[in-house]
Ligand binder design. Structure first.
Ligand SMILES: [Zn+2]
Length: 428
């Protein structure tokens, strides 16, 4: 029998004293000017039940186990306890009816910006991630060595969403945008691989790689030198490197030449100059060579970095993304990105199957960076991170980062997310 921790017991008593449900937490937080998702904050009463939570009757899609079948998912002690049909509801403290819903491992978003209030990009993670199907995210370089301590203390340690960071090799991180501000690589004195490595070593539990951005308005002519310094940092710390491409000063092939197995290119399918396609619309030999030696190609949709035209050309040539990420930040949460499940829905519209789309945002995504936890799977013993999604049929219009649209007949919506055994719902 699991006893509630002292902290859980105190918060339970405080809630009960206020006549409370977890909704009260939401109300008081809103009054304080912040938004938190509704969550199951109350500790369970001690009893004889085997499961804390039972997700019943959903269609489970778990590519890590090649599983696509009706199944219940039982959770105990913050871990997946059992999968199987007709698990007994009376053995569970809480039951979620998932009939006619899709149940997947908690979705993983490898490109977000969730360091709010410092610079123009960051959003609060929980309303846009754990409340919307995504249990684990990578923050892609919003923080650098100068700002990471604040990110750690005020965001990562407070978030219900599991947040891991790629540290920007530029110590400033992304505190400014670009013109009329200074792009972060325009002054190379801020690009300090030694300081980046020191910061990564001191925060090995949360910093899982490095990030650097190569668009001319962030770099001026300095991108190749920045790439060399990023290479030094990644090699020294033995961590993967993610590069942002699209409109670089230097041709993409010259930057890719310095990428190694396990490194990640994000914004792969953007329509800006120096992209992955040649003038004839074919994937370049340098891009294919990079994939062959193990460089990974991620989506990173964003407000300016995903083109249906480019994606369709790549799909026709069999050049699929390795992972599907959103690049969520302040300028795209009201569209065209909205959230990761909308990004996944765009790939359904482009003809990818639901299991494949789930694979690229669960099992495959879990292997790219070291999250320090067993995620991306519903195998018993793994983290109790689960997404319950609704695959609705209808007429849906999707917009890419260039304002172009495609019509689709299916769209995923988040229903409830379980993270470490607790439940989170989308805000209205
Ligand atoms: Zn980004």
């Amino acid at each position: 029998m699991r006893q509630p921790s002292l902290l859980q017991e105190i918060s339970r008593r405080a809630l009960l004293a206020r006549g409370g449900t977890s909704l009260l937490l939401g109300a008081s937080a809103r009054a304080a000017g912040t938004t938190v998702p509704r969550s199951s904050a109350e500790a369970p009463e001690p009893d004889n039940k085997s499961f804390d939570l039972l997700i019943k009757g959903g269609k489970v899609i778990d590519p890590s186990q090649n599983l696509e079948d009706l199944s219940d998912v039982a959770i105990a002690g913050g871990k997946i306890a059992r999968l199987g049909r007709d698990l007994p509801s009376q053995q569970a403290r809480q039951v979620i009816d998932a009939s006619s819903k899709i149940v997947t491992p908690g979705l993983i978003d490898l490109h977000t910006h969730v360091f709010p209030y410092v610079g123009p990009y960051g959003i609060e993670p929980d309303p846009y991630c754990v409340s919307r199907g995504v249990t684990s995210v990578i923050d892609a370089g919003t923080s650098g060595a100068f700002t990471f301590p604040a990110f750690r203390k005020f965001t990562i340690s407070q978030a219900a969403t599991r947040v891991r960071a790629l540290l920007h090799v530029v110590s400033l991180g992304m505190v400014a945008g670009s013109t009329p501000n200074m792009g972060e690589l325009e002054d190379l004195r801020y690009c300090d691989p030694k300081l980046a490595v020191e910061t990564a070593e001191e925060n090995r539990d949360l910093i899982v790689g490095f990030k650097i951005r190569f668009s001319e308005h962030y770099t001026g002519p300095n991108d190749l030198e920045g790439m060399k310094r990023a290479r030094v940092a990644a090699d020294e710390a033995r961590l993967p490197l993610m590069i942002h491409i699209g409109g670089s000063f230097t041709p993409l092939g010259d930057l890719l030449a310095l990428m190694k197995k396990g490194d990640v290119v994000t914004h792969t399918f953007n329509s800006r100059p120096h992209g992955v396609l040649d003038a004839a619309g074919k994937v370049t030999p340098e891009v294919r060579a990079a994939r062959e030696r193990g460089v990974l190609f991620d989506v990173g949709h964003g407000a300016g970095s995903f083109s249906f035209d480019v994606m369709e050309k790549c799909l026709r040539e069999g050049f699929l993304p390795d992972t599907i990420s959103s690049d969520l930040y302040t300028a795209n949460i009201q569209g065209p990105v909205y959230d990761l499940v909308t990004t996944l829905s765009k790939f359904l519209t482009l003809g990818m199957s639901l299991p494949e789309v789930v694979n690229l945002s669960t099992a495959k995504a879990a292997r790219v960076f070291n999250f320090g936890a067993e995620i991306g799977t519903l195998r018993p013993g793994a983290e109790a991170d689960v997404s319950v999604l609704d695959l609705r049929e209808g007429e849906f219009t999707f917009t890419d980062a260039d304002g172009k649209t495609r019509s689709g007949r299916k769209r995923l919506f988040p229903v409830v997310t379980v993270r470490g055994g607790k439940t989170f719902y989308p805000s209205a």
